[in-house]
Design a protein around this ligand. Structure first.
Ligand code: CO
Length: 497
């Protein structure tokens, strides 16, 4: 592994991360900037990169001296890094949700968070308040003229893609009912059915769960219009954060999870804290035929899945009868107790994410699962032109060590053909987030030709750095100092000019 750009600041004895350095990223974003130029510290910004890197994540973690119970309860803050002619400028804004505005005015938490943040006044003040605060903090994508801040349990917020001003909640031209769930993990079909599409879903959970699968046009005159729409119901509670697509299928993994809402109703726990793994439950793949594919209109298929828990998938593709899906598996569901402090999380006690491939035969109702890499990883992606078809390369955030759990400190390129990997590391003083792959415009066929952009928490100066890597050999192209401090975040996307 290459020597980290922050290594020279660490004491020679320090080889592993310190909990204090890692948790120093949990802070409020204090400023909103408009087209602020960001300082280049090392290297140069490739002039061919032209477009915007949008990033969402929790930006407000404390109000009036009270901290959120879990960072996922922090209000969504969007950062837009605009690349032009070898320069980058930054605009950042909180999503002006109804709840953010009310809390901003009163300077205290007025709503319960899904991950356990409570209002002042103890259990009694929280009991039977089942309002969910839409914090719009999970992902950000552009659809037509709208920038959408996504949060899976409710509808998206629409923002102006240039100024990041909030337009308000969006029903996507009448597609969504008021407050309807809309996933934070759309997939972009690069053109398996001629035009490019955004494929996404919403889940209505209960003893029986219903998945609404929607496809939207992403180009031309019809941009933003609904192209297809179907609903399918499945037995059992379904916690579905992400999914994968192939030309003919939408692939979901229904984890063996139960939901007991009682502690939530009684004001003791947040809704997500009421999720628990069912040790004897059987996880299932839910395979829904896409309306533009060759199985359009047929019933979905359910296939037994391996034990474990999955938040995120990497990619999926079809090969004859087989559907292949690559996912990040955990041994168990990482629950958040009411007494836990997120800053003191003991990484050694939590299961690590492992990249696995499942070959599913929907006709024989069988699967075959193999491990691609044991190194703890998260936030994996392929070249977006390869979404839904077999990709050789992927890029992901990983722990520094090859074994065991740890905070994400390195970015890895994985070659599934030769089982080879190259990493770039920010350890021991730096902490990475989701890498976003920007394909080179000049080479659409060369799968690994392009760049990666990553935000890194630099614990030396308690600030955020923007790193640009060459996606082929993982060398550093540029390091920039971002003028705001952004906590460990969630998902982002790249939009070409
Ligand atoms: Co996610």
């Amino acid at each position: 592994m290459a020597v980290s750009y922050l290594k020279r600041y660490a004491s020679p004895k320090q080889t592993v991360f310190s909990q204090e350095d890692w948790s120093s990223a949990y802070c409020n974003v204090e400023k909103e900037l408009e087209h602020a130029e960001i300082k280049l510290v090392r290297g140069s910004i490739p002039k061919q990169i032209s477009g915007t890197f949008y990033r969402n994540g929790p930006g407000r973690l404390e109000r009036g001296g009270q901290w959120v119970h879990h960072p996922f309860d922090g209000d969504g803050m969007i950062a837009a890094f605009k690349f032009k002619n070898g320069k980058i400028n930054l605009t950042n804004r909180f999503v002006r949700t109804k709840e953010w505005k009310e809390e901003e005015e009163s300077q205290k938490f007025l709503y319960r968070g899904v991950f356990g943040t409570q209002k002042e006044g103890g259990v009694l003040a929280n009991a039977f308040d089942v309002r969910l605060k839409n914090i719009a903090n999970t992902h950000v994508i552009k659809l037509g003229n709208d920038l959408l801040a996504l949060w899976e349990a409710s509808s998206p917020y629409s923002l102006n893609p240039n100024t990041l001003e909030t337009n308000g909640l969006s029903d996507l031209k009448g597609v969504l009912k008021k407050g309807e769930a809309f996933s934070a993990h759309p997939r972009f079909d690069p053109g398996h059915h001629k035009e490019q599409r955004m494929v996404t879903f919403g889940v209505k959970t209960g003893p029986q769960s219903t998945i609404r699968l929607m496809e939207f046009s992403t180009e031309g005159e019809k941009v933003g219009s609904l192209l297809s729409d179907r609903k399918d119901s499945f037995n059992g509670f379904a916690f579905l954060h992400d999914f994968a697509i192939t030309p003919n299928w939408a692939i979901f993994l229904q984890n063996a999870i139960s939901f007991n809402p009682l502690p939530f109703l009684l004001g003791q726990k947040g809704a997500a804290q009421c999720l628990a793994s069912k040790p004897n439950g059987t996880p299932k793949f839910l395979l829904i035929p896409r309306d533009c594919g060759k199985f359009a209109g047929t019933a979905p298929k359910t296939v037994k899945a391996p034990k474990g828990f999955v938040f995120h998938h990497l990619n999926a593709w079809e090969e004859n009868e087989t559907i292949n899906v690559e996912s990040i598996f955990y041994d168990d569901f990482p629950s958040i107790g009411p007494e836990d402090d997120f800053r003191n999380v003991d990484f050694d006690l939590l299961p690590e994410g492992v990249l696995k491939r499942c070959e599913i035969n929907p006709n024989k109702n069988t699967f075959n699962c193999s491990t691609l890499s044991n190194q703890c990883c998260e936030f994996a992606m392929v070249n977006p032109h390869f979404e839904g078809r077999k990709a050789r390369f992927s890029w992901m955030a990983t722990a520094e060590n090859k074994k065991g759990n740890g905070p994400l400190q390195a970015i890895k390129k994985f070659d599934s053909l030769n089982n080879e990997e190259i990493s770039w590391s920010a350890a021991p003083k730096g902490f990475v987030s989701e890498p976003i792959f920007i394909p080179s415009q000049y080479s659409k066929t060369e799968e690994d030709n392009g760049w990666l952009v990553v935000l890194v928490w630099n614990s030396i100066r308690c600030g955020t750095d923007l790193i640009i890597l060459d996606s082929k050999d993982m060398t550093e192209k540029a390091i920039l100092e971002v003028p705001i401090s952004i906590p460990h975040g969630l998902h982002g996307s790249w939009v070409n000019d």
